[in-house]
Design a protein around this ligand. Structure first.
Ligand SMILES: CC(C)(COP(=O)(O)OP(=O)(O)OC[C@H]1O[C@@H](n2cnc3c(N)ncnc32)[C@H](O)[C@@H]1OP(=O)(O)O)[C@@H](O)C(=O)NCCC(=O)NCCS
Length: 207
């Protein structure tokens, strides 16, 4: 029996569970710190919190964190890693991932995403539905490329960067750690760490 545990009973977690089933995982069980108040996530059971998951790691062939918030996903992933969980990546069968690209432990790649050669997707990163990560890109650990976002060739995203839905990032641009690119932005210049940019062409939001 291939049994997957997902920490984070969220909408994002549901998409991971769905992809996992299509990949042949036979059972999916959620854990969430809102348990026991939360006992279901769509059709899937929620059976405990982070602590309960750590106590039951040997019941699961794989574990993944299904939390959309980059910082919290990173914290939970690191906690599970220290507990020696078998953190797996989940890549939807319709995603196209070049054999010359790499996808880190605990990363998820959703339906119709494309990851082209020599791209490196870090641990715990999210490449969401229909996103394109072109050749030679680096997607930092715990970064998130939202649905239909496009990273042109050689783009570098630092750790925990969030690129919003339908945003485009010009080739060879860097987005520094914790940077946020708003939905639909067209990024033509490097983005400083921690900055939020929006619009076309993207401008830094005044703090
Ligand atoms: C950029 C972003 C992070 C800002 O969020 P926020 O800090 O909560 O900002 P607010 O919603 O308070 O908006 C602040 C202002 O920026 C504008 N704004 C927000 N997002 C914008 C965007 N992507 N492009 C242009 N303007 C935007 C708002 O209209 C508002 O303008 P106003 O002050 O004139 O009313 C957010 O809007 C965004 O784009 N998130 C990505 C969402 C996404 O892709 N989700 C996919 C998940 S799978």
């Amino acid at each position: 029996m291939k049994h997957l545990a997902i920490l984070g009973a969220s909408g994002h977690g549901k998409v991971i569970a769905d992809a996992a089933e299509q990949l042949g995982w036979q059972q999916v069980t959620f854990f969430d710190d809102a348990w026991p108040q939360v006992k279901k996530n769509g059709p899937w059971d929620v059976q405990g919190d982070t602590e309960s998951l750590i106590a039951r790691l040997s019941d699961f062939e794989g574990v993944v964190v299904g939390i959309g918030n980059n910082r919290i996903r990173s914290e939970k992933h690191r906690l599970l890693s220290v507990a020696e969980a078998n953190l797996v990546s989940i890549i939807h069968p319709s995603a196209i991932v070049s054999p010359h690209a790499s996808v880190g432990f605990g990363a998820v790649v959703f339906a119709n995403a494309v990851i082209n050669p020599c791209a490196v997707v870090g641990a715990g990163a999210i490449v969401n539905t229909g996103a394109i990560v072109e050749h030679d890109c680096v997607v930092g650990d715990f970064a998130h490329v939202s649905p239909n976002a496009v990273l042109a060739g050689g783009v570098t995203l630092g750790e925990e960067v969030w690129v919003g839905a339908c945003a485009s990032v010009r080739q060879l641009i860097s987005v520094g750690r914790d940077g946020i690119v708003g939905m639909g932005a067209v990024v033509t210049k490097d983005v400083e760490s921690g900055a939020t940019v929006m619009g076309n062409p993207a401008r830094t939001r005044n703090q």
